[in-house]
Design a protein around this ligand. Structure first.
Ligand code: UN1
Length: 515
């Protein structure tokens, strides 16, 4: 086992060197000068040490970003898009290596690690097209010989705070749009996953070196904990902060930003539900539910956590799911290629999962699975069998987001009753319905249906494509990232009225004759 642990650290070292991450940014095994130990959740072993940025580093990065903004904002948007195109090329070339680093640092199975890099490539492609489509409106003026129009101008440097569970894709949603829109980006990755961030920054620098006229300071990474995030949140030179994390984090960030009239894109907790209706294609539903509930070991913000199943199909559906839960392969995906469920991120996540299951039991929940596995092989890692919990009611832990593979299943009789429970939590990120009844599906997607930012039919709530706007309502924070017109949050809107006549008619028929 000692050999395996050593091998991962060596592998990480090799990967980082290949990316061009310079040695002063990380150490293999030194915690001198307060460097943080970075562990792979696959084994629990230390894979590198990374020093936190200092307040001076933060001030320097913000100043450089501000200077870069002055130069970058006047470069034509399609030219800015060219840089993002080159970044997409670097990501394509590095897909296997970066995907592997995501697997090592965040514990994702290889297909999901690579999928995360693909998501980065996709948003780069989207942003390249967008760079020729940053369009405003012309608006009919009430005054003769007048024209009204809207332009979208670059906003300023954007602070991006990301979470461990999508250590690179969420940065790319923000960075690809922000850079195209004319804004530098300062990134505070999760303190659990700084290595992938350093690798992505190195890829960005490679792309930037391939173009003339790229200002330095356009993209930077500040490693560290909450204090670094707070310095970004409080700095008025960053007009927009995009933060992904828990609702508790959002409650701290939101008011601080509001205090200085900073803009926020908040992607906070989800507590995503699906409804399985009598007409559902159960075979398809079970596959979709399995991916959404146990994929990424339940550590997506879009993971499925609550399932409402109609009484007529409840037992069949639960029996099928239990078969999947009992047989899903759990383990280190680097050792075994057919693993579907990797580890939890750390021991704290494991403890929170056990606490939620204990509480569910006291409320009458019947827990299937949830136990620790592979602890002999990997005593310092936290592998668990995903848990399926038959709950008598939506109470206690069902109302919370526990970042672990727990699926609470509840039977229902009336569709409207299920819908009310579905919407009866504080979070509102993603959701889905399994039904072949058009009335149910359309109602679910209607104004009186799911109250989330994302509502799907006959697929699970996770695994969104980048073409749509991503984000949620209520305690999820209301932010939108990625596709559709999410780019508008990264720009400032300028409304202009132009008089091309010789008279000066005033709006609203106001008269103001000075002689
Ligand atoms: C997240 O979990 O923070 O929709 C993002 C999905 C992914 C993104 C998840 N495309 O599941």
């Amino acid at each position: 086992m000692g050999i395996v642990l050593k091998d991962i650290a060596t592998d990480v070292d090799r990967l980082l060197r290949d990316f061009g991450v310079t040695q002063h940014l990380y150490r293999r095994d030194s915690t001198r000068n307060g460097a943080r130990e970075i562990r792979s959740p696959l084994t629990g072993a230390v894979i590198a040490c990374v020093a936190d940025a200092s307040p001076g580093d933060v001030a320097e990065a913000i100043k450089r970003a501000h200077d870069a903004f002055i130069r970058w904002r006047v470069i034509p948007a399609p030219r800015r898009g060219e840089l993002v195109r080159l970044l997409g090329e670097e990501l394509r070339a590095a897909k296997a290596a970066l995907g592997r680093l995501v697997t090592i640092e965040a514990g994702k199975i290889p297909s999901e690690g690579q999928g995360e890099v693909q998501e980065m490539i996709d948003i780069c492609d989207f942003a390249v097209g967008l760079s020729r489509q940053l369009h405003g409106l012309t608006i009919a003026s009430e005054r003769p010989d007048h024209r009204m129009m809207e332009q979208w101008h670059p906003l300023g440097p954007v602070g991006v705070i990301t979470s461990f569970n999508f250590p690179v894709a969420v940065w790319s949603w923000n960075a690809a749009l922000a850079l195209t829109c004319g804004n530098p980006v300062i990134w505070k990755p999760s303190e659990k996953t700084p290595l992938t961030a350093l690798a992505v920054q190195a890829l960005f620098e490679r792309a930037a070196a391939r173009m003339d006229g790229i200002p330095s300071g356009l993209s930077s990474v500040l490693t560290g904990g909450r204090e670094i995030g707070e310095l970004l949140v409080d700095d008025p030179r960053l007009p927009l902060i995009s933060a992904t994390g828990s609702t508790a984090m959002g409650r701290a960030v939101g008011p601080r930003l509001a205090q200085r009239f900073g803009r926020a894109i908040l992607e906070l907790g989800g507590n995503n539900a699906s409804i399985v209706c009598p007409s559902a294609d159960l075979e398809l539903a079970v596959r979709a539910i399995a991916f959404a509930a146990i994929g990424t070991a339940g550590q997506r913000c879009t993971s499925l956590r609550r399932l409402f199943v109609h009484r007529t199909v409840h037992d069949d559906c639960v029996a099928r799911l239990k078969r999947v839960y009992a047989s899903a392969r759990i383990g280190n995906p680097l050792d075994e290629p057919d693993v579907l469920v990797g580890p939890l991120i750390d021991g704290t996540a494991f403890q929170k999962m056990q606490d939620a299951l204990d509480e569910a039991r006291t409320l009458g929940g019947k827990v299937f699975g949830g136990e620790r596995v592979r602890e002999k092989q990997y005593p310092a890692a936290h592998y668990v069998r995903p848990a399926l919990v038959e709950m008598p009611a939506q109470t206690g832990p069902v109302l919370r987001e526990t970042f672990a593979p727990i699926l609470y299943v509840m039977p229902y009789t009336e569709f409207d009753e299920a819908l009310a429970l579905h919407n009866g939590v504080s979070q509102g990120l993603s959701s889905s319905i399994f039904s072949t009844d058009i009335r149910e599906v359309e109602k679910y997607l209607s104004v009186a249906g799911s109250d989330c930012g994302i509502a799907n039919a006959n697929i699970g709530p996770s695994g969104a494509e980048i073409g749509g706007a991503f984000g949620g309502e209520k305690d999820t924070g209301g932010g939108r990232e990625a596709g559709s017109d999410a780019w508008k949050a990264y720009m400032r809107r300028l409304t202009s009225t132009i008089n091309f006549g010789r008279a000066l008619p005033l709006a609203q028929g106001v008269r103001f004759d000075i002689d």
